[in-house]
Write a protein that binds this ligand. Structure first.
Ligand code: JA2
Length: 330
């Protein structure tokens, strides 16, 4: 618990210079987060001039880890919310869309995934989704911030349930270093569930990181990375596409989905495969069987993902298509 946090702010009277009772605090990520009494507003230079707000019922946790500010609050309409450095990472109501898509887009695109690596994703939701695949034998997760893991286990048990699967090994540490040390060609799939590039996840958007991912994958192995919003971050997406085109000699694709509590209400994924057996991401060949999914997996069944939405996720608006496909031809 730290001084700088906002736990008591909704109850405070506005101080001099605080317009309309809005209170702003600078945080560790260099961003500004403000709480209008009773509301959380997500303000960041990554989405200048706009801020999505959620009504706060109660702040449940605030802490400062070695890497970032960590906060959990009960919202009026989206359940509990996890916030890192003032940025919403997940809400109980819409986390299924993000976790299911970032996991099943890659894993349903290859036959019999056995060894999977998750970078980031300390909340455990991606683990919960990977665990639905009965072909999977081993799941490594490398999360830099132990506080994210602990807070998720305490406040988001339906997400952190992923840690209960016996196939999971948690490594608390730097994902970049973990991948560099990983044996070559050892994973069928790598899922990069990172926060935004301002903060501890910055390196996960850079070229050397993608090079280590490619090395750690088997021929025809796949990677799926959190790749921001087509409405806000076309320049970031463009850079990722350029790097991935050079590094991944199989296929390089962008997919996206709706997540109402992420900035602009959508988020995208970069999906690439290494040279080897061909991967056609748009036409999934490894469907999650509905009955197997109900009986064998932990927790309730899929809420968002299905085969139709898998293929649809790769359809892009013309403005994005122009940029992403132009980059595809080198
Ligand atoms: N949320 C996370 C995470 C890794 C660890 C804990 C929570 C996300 N990755 C996705 C964040 C998307 C951010 C959109 N502004």
């Amino acid at each position: 618990m730290t001084e700088q946090t906002v736990a008591d702010l909704p109850m405070k009277k506005p101080r001099e210079g605080e317009e309309n009772g809005a209170i702003a605090t600078a945080n560790g990520g260099g961003c500004i987060s403000s709480v209008i009494p009773g509301w959380f507003s997500e303000i960041s230079p990554m989405w200048p001039g706009e801020a999505h707000s959620l009504k706060v019922e109660k702040i449940l946790f605030q802490g400062k880890s070695d890497y970032q500010d960590v906060m959990v609050f009960q919202s009026a309409t989206y359940g509990k919310v996890l916030v890192l450095d003032g940025v919403i990472q997940l809400t109980e109501r819409d986390e299924c869309a993000y976790q299911e898509m970032i996991t099943h887009l890659p894993l349903c695109s290859i036959p019999n995934p056995k060894k999977v690596l998750v970078i980031g994703g300390g909340d455990g939701g991606v683990l919960r989704e990977v665990a639905r695949h009965s072909s999977v034998e081993h799941i490594d997760i490398c999360e830099i911030d132990k506080m994210v893991v602990d807070v998720s286990k305490e406040y988001f048990p339906d997400v952190a349930v992923g840690y209960e699967d016996p196939r999971v090994t948690l490594h608390v540490g730097d994902g970049v270093a973990f991948l560099k040390a990983a044996p070559e060609g050892s994973y069928d799939a790598v899922i990069v569930d990172s926060s935004d590039p301002i903060g501890p996840a910055q390196e996960l958007f850079e070229k050397p990181f993608f090079e280590s991912v490619a090395k750690a994958l088997r021929p025809g192995g796949v990677v799926c990375t959190q790749a921001e919003s087509i409405w806000l971050h076309m320049h970031i997406i463009e850079d990722i596409v350029v790097n991935c085109r050079q590094i991944f000699k199989g296929s390089v694709n962008y997919a996206w989905t709706t997540v109402p509590t992420y900035p602009s209400g959508v988020i995208g994924f970069m999906l690439c495969s290494t040279e080897g057996p061909e991967v056609d991401f748009k036409n999934p060949i490894n469907p999650i069987d509905a009955i197997e999914n109900q009986t064998k997996s932990i927790g309730p069944s899929l809420k968002f993902y299905n085969q139709e939405i898998h293929s649809a996720a790769f359809c892009l608006p013309s403005f994005a298509k122009k940029v992403i496909e132009a980059k595809s031809v080198n």
